[in-house]
Design a protein around this ligand. Structure first.
Ligand code: PLP
Length: 485
């Protein structure tokens, strides 16, 4: 089970002959002198065959979306059709350079332009920027736009508060703080929705914005959203929509129609591109006419001509918050999203949202007798939260259940979040799983519940069947050893 490091596999006498030699030129011809060491680096000496075996084995120790069910809530770890990768790797798209003149990358500019239009249609808003590199980056962009809006209206000193529900994704308060705002938390009511009375109490002429996601992070649709939007706008604030997880509403409902002024989307969640590895991502920001002047620049313009359309970069936006990412953003992610959306079409997009909701409700139903659903009074959207409080009282924890799931071949759900649910397990099955997989996953969780009843410590010491058992997570985070010695 143990895979030695590549250095341990090294044989000192072995010649790495397959590594190409720079035979024709002396390195000193083109390297600055301070980068040249007096002896070559000590690379491990292993055959190519050993290298391939080593890294392939290592890659298989990771849990991956292509090999197993990955129900990580609020992350949309769905299967991403391989045709999207095929498109992103087409040489005409993958091998262009951001410094090329616009006239030589017309196809790429058209793709970004058209994708922006599609995202406007999906969100019900009027203009998009695809520059931000991630969801959190999109949030910062959107909040900076809101700040610029208030500045343009002479209210920057007065409107200093951003309201965030207590169920919000951690990036929301972090974003607002980073943009210089005071964050105030809006309570959830017993149904898991925004407490309207508390919201009214908090709203006044210091309110810059409310950041919200709908469906919220316990997987419920904020049914009072129109009333919420009216209250916030009446107080002179703006509405920010965290659209990282559009899986529940894409093709069905639109943030713009709910009254939101600006949204960010995570193309690397809802619109293909696997993001479990941590990047690259793309977090487009889409705004209504009120906030569009503040979007980042440059933007892509389109000129309709007799000999065909021409796309160009336009920077003449005096109110723009400026550039927030080098060049155009993460283009490969855009190609995947574009391919994904065009293969599905409007009907397919709606269908995938409906299937995501159906799968989540089916799984919640399968588990309801064993794990306490957090808010069970109405159907959930694309995800749901259960509380493992019953299992905790029996001597174990949500974390131990997550570890034991690995023994059954499943990745853990999101744990201990949202914080308003004790011992939370947040489960998002996505539309790409079969009913059989959902039943197998439910069976594993039910078996674990029975194991806990018999011997909680057995579960507390899981995983039992993997290469590595319990690691000291705090030590790994605080004292990482990144160098082999
Ligand atoms: C994932 C997520 C984010 C952050 O997106 P990143 O791309 O990881 O920065 C923000 N909000 C919600 C609700 C999310 O699920």
């Amino acid at each position: 089970m143990r895979e030695p490091s590549i250095y341990e596999k090294s044989t000192p006498t072995f010649a790495n002959e397959y590594i190409p030699q720079l035979a024709h030129r002396d390195l000193t011809d083109f390297l600055p002198p301070h980068l040249i060491a007096d002896r070559p680096p000590e690379l491990p000496r292993v055959s190519e065959r050993e290298v391939v075996k080593h890294y392939t084995r290592l890659s298989q120790k990771n849990f991956s979306i292509d090999t197993g069910f990955y129900p990580l809530g609020s992350c949309t770890m769905k299967y991403n059709p391989k045709v999207n990768d095929w498109a992103a790797f087409l040489p005409g798209l993958a091998q262009i350079h951001p410094y090329q003149p616009a006239s030589t990358v017309q196809g790429a500019l058209k793709l970004i332009y058209d994708l922006g239009i599609v995202l406007c249609e999906i969100t019900g808003l009027s203009e998009a920027s695809l520059q931000p590199a991630a969801g959190a980056h999109g949030e910062l962009t959107g909040i900076l736009m809101i700040r610029a809006y208030h500045a343009a209206h002479g209210q920057i000193d007065q409107r200093r508060v951003v309201l965030v529900p207590d169920s919000a994704h951690g990036t929301n308060p972090a974003t607002a703080t980073m943009a210089g705002y005071i964050v105030k938390e809006v309570r959830s009511n017993s149904e898991g929705l925004v407490d309207l009375d508390h919201l009214k109490e908090l709203l006044d002429d210091s309110t810059a914005a409310l950041m919200l996601t709908n469906p919220n992070t316990v997987g419920l649709f904020e049914e009072n959203i129109l009333e919420i939007a009216r209250l916030v706008h009446e107080a002179g604030g703006l509405l920010y929509y965290d659209g990282a997880n559009l899986n529940a509403i894409a093709g069905i409902a639109r943030p713009g129609d709910m009254g939101f002024d600006v949204v960010h989307l995570n193309l690397h969640k809802t619109f293909s591109t696997p993001h479990g590895g941590g990047g690259p991502g793309c977090g487009p920001v889409v705004a209504n006419a009120k906030l569009a002047p503040f979007l980042p620049k440059p933007r892509i313009g389109k000129e309709i001509g007799k000999e065909g359309d021409r796309y160009y970069l336009e920077s003449d936006y005096p109110q723009s918050i400026g550039r927030i990412k080098g060049f155009y953003g993460n283009f490969g992610v855009m190609v995947r999203a574009y391919t994904y959306i065009t293969t599905l079409g409007a009907d397919g997009l709606r269908q995938s949202s409906q299937d995501a909701i159906l799968n989540a409700n089916y799984l919640r139903h399968l588990l309801a007798d064993y794990y306490t659903p957090s808010h069970n009074h109405k159907p959930c959207m694309h995800e749901f939260v259960v509380s493992a409080l019953k299992q905790k009282k029996a001597g174990t924890s949500a974390g131990a259940i997550a570890k034991r799931l690995l023994d059954y071949g499943f990745h853990s759900p999101t744990m201990y979040w949202p914080a308003i649910v004790p011992e939370a397990l947040m489960i998002e099955p996505t539309e790409t799983e079969t009913p059989t997989t959902l039943r197998e996953f439910a069976d594993a969780l039910i078996k674990i519940d029975q194991e806990i009843a018999q011997d909680p410590d057995f579960v507390n010491h899981a995983p039992h069947n993997l290469a590595i058992g319990r690691v000291d997570e705090a030590k790994a985070a605080r004292n990482p050893k990144l160098v082999w010695s």
